[in-house]
Write a new protein. Structure first.
Ligand SMILES: [Fe+2]
Ligand SMILES: [Fe+2]
Length: 158
């Protein structure tokens, strides 16, 4: 997990986390914090193990830690955070020792994380883990949240 820890300690990564936290300080709906990134990483890894998928752990954690890293640019400039995040992630992945091929797989998963993905592959488990990570069953803002009822996690599954 050496490269994952390099991502975590990357200057630009930490800068983005701080900026997202500042933008979301008063947000009552789901935030995009380090806890969310790690919840998604661990859930995606569980999904990979449960389904016997042959996807490298560092690819799963890399995609999860970086999937919302452009969120502050969505608040600042109104651009989609999956596109903004992919640009940031590309630089960070390169600095942290991921090959062009590995980076391409992670970036595709990041770009697709808001579009329904049903496959048993990296985009598929990232999409599902992102949705599963939200604890709607104990969220005080659940009634006001605009997620469709069938998307909400109203019971514990993972
Ligand atoms: Fe997102
Ligand atoms: Fe997310």
């Amino acid at each position: 997990m050496e490269r994952i820890n390099r991502i975590w300690h990357h200057k630009e990564y930490q800068k983005c986390l701080v900026s997202i936290g500042e933008w979301e300080r008063e947000r009552k709906f789901c935030r995009h914090s380090a806890e969310h990134f790690l919840d998604v990483a661990r859930l995606a890894y569980v999904l990979a193990l449960e389904n016997g998928l042959d996807i490298e752990k560092e690819l799963i954690y890399g995609a999860a830690l970086l999937h919302d890293i452009g969120r502050h640019l969505q608040y600042e400039q109104g651009i989609s955070h999956e596109e903004a995040g992919a640009h940031i992630a590309e630089r960070i992945l390169k600095d942290c020792g991921f090959t062009g091929e590995e980076s391409g797989e992670i970036l595709a998963a990041i770009k697709g994380h808001r579009t329904k993905q049903g496959g048993l592959d990296l985009p598929g488990i990232l999409y599902r883990a992102d949705k599963l990570s939200r604890n709607c069953f104990c969220c005080p803002a659940e009634a006001e949240c605009n997620w469709a009822a069938e998307k909400k996690n109203l019971s514990i599954r993972y």
